[in-house]
Design a protein around this ligand. Structure first.
Ligand SMILES: Cc1cc2nc3c(=O)[nH]c(=O)nc-3n(C[C@H](O)[C@H](O)[C@H](O)COP(=O)(O)OP(=O)(O)OC[C@H]3O[C@@H](n4cnc5c(N)ncnc54)[C@H](O)[C@@H]3O)c2cc1C
Length: 455
């Protein structure tokens, strides 16, 4: 479907044809693992088979633990199978909020946690022989209008004070690199892009190979606390002295972190593969992942299958922290319009897919990682906003180490008091007002881009 007809169909309230319920990267595995039947015991039960859950499970297994993983649908069903595949460090995180909340010293350690996430994933891809089309091209945070320079420079300066290593890329270098002309100048950082579906399925393959018992199609329904935690599912139970809730944006639905994180819907569109001529019209030979300093950032990248992927632009919050798996036509339409604006040489290109998924966000934008229960034997991880490819993988490893008896300094650095979220309907009002405000301010920047193009 072309971008124009896609927009028309949305205006008419019609179908969103290329919508994919499970995102654009993964399919339901052919060897989907059977649901849990009966009662099983283990050393650790991990709930959620995304980057965090599978990384934790693999590291725990390497320490010699018997591990059971419960996944409500199948591996990669959550954000890990739906994201844009940026393996990015600390660039673009909310430095100012971090400092205000925990001070410079702790913020510096948290920034290094974000950066370490990149190195951790790069190491694991090699160790586990996962081929996920990783391209260490670096990530560029690029402005689309000169009015964004102030924010870009400010973030760079504050980030540098906190140890975030970025370099300014001027317009000459941008053009020399062949970055599409809509992106004027910016800053770059180590990292790159990958196929998140292949990454998460690579973790799954490694987990099954390591003897981890993975039960897919097995939602955790409830759990009991105590020295032994019993996780109840539809037709059985899994018990262990430790549990890791790696359920991220879905965690509030289990009754935990309800007052700490809010699930935020993030959307993506992906074009059909570009022809050789279309690719040549873009230049962009190193295929750097691009993000913008809009309040709701845009992200733009080419994939290994020569498609162009755009994400974010319009975020959503559903009443009561629910996570409905439904299309977000307004977000796809906004992304499709952005595609048209930023890439005039691609006008008329068809969309292969569009989809949405959920990240979780704390009011202070900091990761929410900790432990709870009378025995402090229930570990959880959420937050990390839109930076989970690196951070959630690393957190899985840090939690495994912690359960093994060692607390890594990066894990200690994450400990802080997360602000309480508001009860409904206040949270719905606050979230939607904040998202609308951000959209309105971003719209002003985009109007300036349009008028400079016309002028
Ligand atoms: C559109 C989009 C684009 C993004 N782009 C990027 C990006 O480019 N770079 C980046 O770093 N981050 C990005 N992110 C964020 C990143 O994908 C997440 O932070 C990360 O995948 C979270 O991993 P996770 O393992 O913690 O959670 P998830 O991947 O969400 O995994 C949680 C799992 O728990 C399962 N589950 C939930 N409830 C239950 C239950 N009751 N019982 C059993 N299982 C349950 C779910 O089915 C799911 O599989 C993006 C996210 C989205 C949605």
């Amino acid at each position: 479907m072309s971008v124009a007809s896609f927009n028309d169909s949305i205006k008419e309230g019609a179908k969103t044809d290329p919508f994919r319920l499970i995102g654009g990267w993964v399919e339901r595995p052919e060897d989907i693992q059977p649901a849990l039947e009966g009662d099983v015991r283990a050393d650790v039960v991990v709930v959620g088979a995304g980057f965090a859950g599978l990384s934790a499970a693999l590291e725990l297994r390497a320490l010699g633990a018997e591990v059971v993983v419960l996944e409500q649908e199948f591996t990669g069903f959550g954000a890990s199978g739906r994201n844009a595949g940026y393996l990015a460090g600390s660039m673009g995180v909310e430095f100012e909020l971090f400092v205000r909340r925990v001070g410079v010293e702790q913020a510096t350690k948290i920034v290094s946690f974000y950066d370490e996430g990149v190195a951790y994933v790069e190491k694991r891809l090699v160790e586990l022989s996962i081929d996920c089309d990783y391209r260490p091209s670096g990530i560029i945070r690029a402005v689309v209008h000169p009015s964004q320079e102030k924010k870009l420079r400010h973030d760079m300066e504050l980030g540098a004070k906190l140890g975030s290593d970025t370099r300014f890329v001027d317009s000459y270098e941008m053009r020399a690199r062949g970055i599409p002309p809509a992106f004027l100048f910016g800053c770059t950082q180590h990292g790159g892009t990958l196929d998140p579906g292949k990454y998460v399925m690579g973790l799954r393959r490694a987990a099954l190979g390591a003897g981890i018992k993975l039960y897919e199609q097995t939602p955790l329904l409830s759990y009991s606390e105590g020295p032994t935690i019993t996780c109840r599912t539809a037709r059985g139970s899994a018990s262990a002295p430790f549990m890791v809730l790696a359920t991220n944006a879905y965690t509030p639905q289990l009754g935990l972190l309800r007052d700490k994180v809010a699930p935020i819907r993030v959307s993506a569109i992906e074009t059909e593969p570009l022809s050789k001529a279309q690719l040549a019209s873009l230049g962009w030979s190193h295929r750097e992942g691009l993000v913008t300093p809009h309040l709701t950032m845009e992200s733009h990248r080419l994939t290994a299958r020569d498609t162009l992927l755009l994400t974010t632009k319009k975020l959503g919050y559903a009443y009561g922290s629910s996570t409905p798996n439904v299309p977000d036509s307004a977000a796809y339409s906004a992304l499709a319009q952005t595609l048209d604006k930023r890439y005039p040489t691609l006008r008329g290109i068809s969309l292969r897919a569009c989809w949405s998924g959920y990240i979780s966000l704390a009011y202070d934008a900091l990761p929410v990682v900790g432990q709870t229960g009378p025995q402090q034997n229930i570990f959880y991880t959420a937050g990390c906003s839109g930076h989970g490819v690196g951070t959630q993988s690393l957190v899985g490893s840090l939690l495994a180490e912690r359960i093994g008896g060692i607390e890594h300094p990066l894990l200690s650095a994450l400990r802080h008091k997360t602000p309480r979220t508001l009860p409904e309907p206040l949270q719905w009002c606050l979230m939607n007002a904040a998202l609308m405000g951000a959209n309105a301010l971003d719209h002003l920047v985009n109007r300036k881009v349009k008028s400079s193009a016309n002028g």
